[in-house]
Design a binder for this molecule. Structure first.
Ligand code: FE
Length: 203
């Protein structure tokens, strides 16, 4: 297949198809025509990431990190290994890095080049994540982008922007919400949003 960096760029929402989307479509048609791939198998892969994976896997990782200090430590030391403990393995998630929000630091994830995203924990990326305004502005003006998402950060909070690549994918560990003491992992996971794990939202 083509360069690994782009093989997940499937959907472009309302935007006209990009050159890359057209190339992917043409390649898919050719492979199907030559009998090299089964279109049902491709649909099954997309279906799996859109509906079966989704951000709830990431939410369970975050809830466990909030509940289990030893797991949190392992997650921050080597996120790929810690996430694998929970069984969330798969393509586009081989080299994970977890970054933790604190009262002093807020983390924001982008892929400036295309749309790299940690599939095994967050599913497929939302359309805005793949849009060129988000990709360019998240780096140039992260506070402005966050404000547009309704996330106003105090001046003294440092914003760190992480640029995903084919090699490294990031997961933001949001701050545990006040008042969540005593909740079990399932209830905690229900509080964790996809945008909280990309960093465009706070919980
Ligand atoms: Fe990318």
């Amino acid at each position: 297949m083509a360069h690994d960096h782009h093989d997940h760029d499937h959907h472009h929402g309302q935007e006209p198809p990009s050159d890359m989307a057209l190339r992917v479509k043409a390649l898919e048609s050719l492979l199907v025509e030559k009998g090299l791939v089964d279109p049902a198998a491709l649909d099954a892969i997309v279906e799996h990431y859109e509906h079966k994976v989704g951000p709830r896997n990431g939410a369970r990782v975050v809830a466990k990190a909030w509940s289990d200090p030893e797991f949190r430590r392992r997650l921050l030391d080597d996120a790929s290994d810690a996430i694998a403990e929970l069984g969330y393995l798969g393509r586009q998630g081989e080299h994970m890095v977890a970054v933790e929000n604190t009262p002093e630091v807020h983390n924001l994830v982008v892929c400036t080049l295309c749309s790299c995203y940690p599939w095994p924990v967050l599913g497929l990326p939302p359309t805005w994540y793949k849009s060129s305004p988000y990709r360019s502005r998240a780096v140039i003006d992260p506070r402005g982008v966050l404000a547009e998402f309704g996330t106003e950060l105090p001046e003294d909070v440092e914003v760190r922007v992480w640029d995903s690549t084919a090699e490294v994918r990031y997961l933001v560990i949001p701050q545990r919400p006040a008042g969540s003491e005593g909740l079990d992992e399932e209830a905690l996971a229900a509080m964790v949003t996809r945008d909280g794990m990309i960093g465009t939202a706070r919980l």
